[in-house]
Design a protein around this ligand. Structure first.
Ligand SMILES: CSC[C@H]1O[C@@H](n2cnc3c(O)ncnc32)[C@H](O)[C@@H]1O
Ligand SMILES: [Zn+2]
Length: 430
């Protein structure tokens, strides 16, 4: 199958490459060629790009997709309270089918707002994998591991089962990681076990880190170190590629410890803002050469999964925090939501930029809107003015998932019918 995108404004997100108007030639799942005079006269389908900007799809580097069922269920609470009193009891009521439909709800929202790939940490991951397979998105899936009570190894065997059954599945769109949930839910022994397994299988690790001040106090009281030192002393950063979600409360010494690590930080500015967690030291981490990508966290905390809003919040928070509007420019913030996130998921050789040879994971943004005209600087418009509802077309692995804002792989009427009744049952009595 050969697809041509004609005469769009192309923003490749390759460093140093300026936006230009041109064509994109896609064959099956990959971009073959893109440029001003690429011949698309002999393709099977032509997509008109005039009036649209073509860019790589966003990569949401930290998510709990079924939590979309818990959107706006319990807001304005402290994180630990919110987790213990609201989220965990609701999650205990979720059936495998709830997980399937909840993650499909998240995928509908992600596609509608221009996300093509996401990293997900949750429970019953086989259901999420089935939903990813059917919807057509790309995802890196992780079974979240909380080791506070002995479960006879059940959670770890579920994590291993996910890796064995689903790594490389769905035409290679699904990859997997190992997910010890956080320093405060993972004592040293089981944590070491997860690191050894990740190292033996060459798998990345996905873990929450230093999200709240309470976490820092808890870990200091228990182990006498910061959460980052706790992971470093156990050897995590020497032995695996690590995706650190949040990393809000880092000392200077912590940042030095992360320097040179494989992987980096998934910054979740909207979740951090809403839960009052603090402002992550993103600019300082970038200065130290640490990769920083972007995520939303689950809709249970972030409320929405729109990566345009996330890019904007990330840039504005750093400008405010440092009192310096130059600290995180629009182009870098956009890059954090695309290529930098791809690096965290170990997928930067395949996605994150528009390049010949890479997978055809891209979006078309409709520029024929008052807030997106005139086009003095496309990166500024995308970072500071665009929102998810401006996305017209979404393609993953060369397959259209949305065109003209119509979802092509999800039956939305059925989806909303399913989630309404399921959400009501899940939260009853909580
Ligand atoms: C065991 S699967 C993942 C687990 O994480 C919980 N969760 C959701 N948001 C957050 C957050 O911001 N910090 C820590 N943990 C979070 C989710 O409810 C699942 O239980
Ligand atoms: Zn999270």
């Amino acid at each position: 199958m050969r697809t041509g995108i004609r005469n769009g404004l192309i923003i490749t997100m390759i460093e140093g490459e300026a936006p230009y108007k041109g064509n994109i030639l896609i064959e099956d799942d990959r971009i073959v060629e893109l440029g001003v005079s690429v011949d698309i006269s002999e393709v099977d389908q032509v997509i008109e790009g005039e009036g649209f900007t073509a860019m790589p799809g966003f990569i949401n580097a930290h998510q709990h997709s079924p939590m979309s069922l818990l959107r706006a269920f319990s807001d304005d609470m402290k994180l630990m309270d919110w987790l213990d009193r609201k989220m965990l009891p609701a999650e205990a009521n979720m059936t495998p089918e709830d997980i399937y439909w909840g993650s499909q709800l998240a995928m509908a929202e992600m596609i509608r707002s221009g996300t093509t790939c996401f990293a997900d940490m949750y429970i019953q991951m086989g259901q999420i994998a089935e939903a990813v397979k059917s919807v057509g998105m790309r995802a890196s899936l992780t079974r979240g591991l909380v080791f506070l009570q002995d479960d006879g190894g059940r959670r770890m065997s579920e994590a291993i089962d996910l890796v064995e059954r689903w790594s490389g599945a769905a035409d290679g769109r699904i990859t997997t990681m190992i997910g010890p949930h956080s320093p405060y839910t993972c004592p040293p022994e089981p944590l070491k076990e997860t690191i050894a397994y990740a190292e033996s299988r060459k798998l990345p690790i996905h873990i929450h880190l230093a999200e709240t001040k309470e976490e820092v106090v808890k870990i200091r009281d228990k182990y006498g170190v910061t959460p980052t030192e706790y992971l470093a002393h156990i050897g995590m950063f020497d032995r695996a590629h690590v995706l650190l979600a949040h990393a809000v409360h880092l000392t200077r010494k912590d940042i030095r410890l992360l320097h040179g690590m494989r992987g980096g930080i998934a910054h979740n500015p909207i979740s951090n803002l809403k839960l009052g967690c603090g402002i992550a030291p993103v600019a300082e981490c970038l200065r130290q050469g640490i990769t920083v990508g972007l995520g939303t966290d689950g809709a249970g905390s972030a409320t929405t999964l729109d990566m345009f809003e996330t890019v904007r919040a990330a840039a504005w928070l750093q400008k405010l925090d440092y009192g310096d509007p130059t600290i995180l420019p629009a182009s870098h913030a956009l890059g954090m939501g695309t290529l930098e996130s791809a690096k965290l998921l170990c997928l930067d050789h395949e996605v994150g930029t528009l390049e010949a040879g890479k997978k055809a994971d891209l979006i078309l943004v409709d520029m024929r809107k008052p807030h997106l005209q005139p086009v003095h600087n496309i990166e500024s418009l995308l970072a500071y003015a665009a929102s998810g509802s401006d996305v017209d077309t979404v393609m993953v692995n060369g397959r259209l998932l949305m065109q003209g804002r119509k979802l092509l792989t999800i039956n939305e009427d059925e989806l909303y019918r399913q989630v309404r009744q399921r959400a009501e049952r899940i939260v009853k009595g909580i």
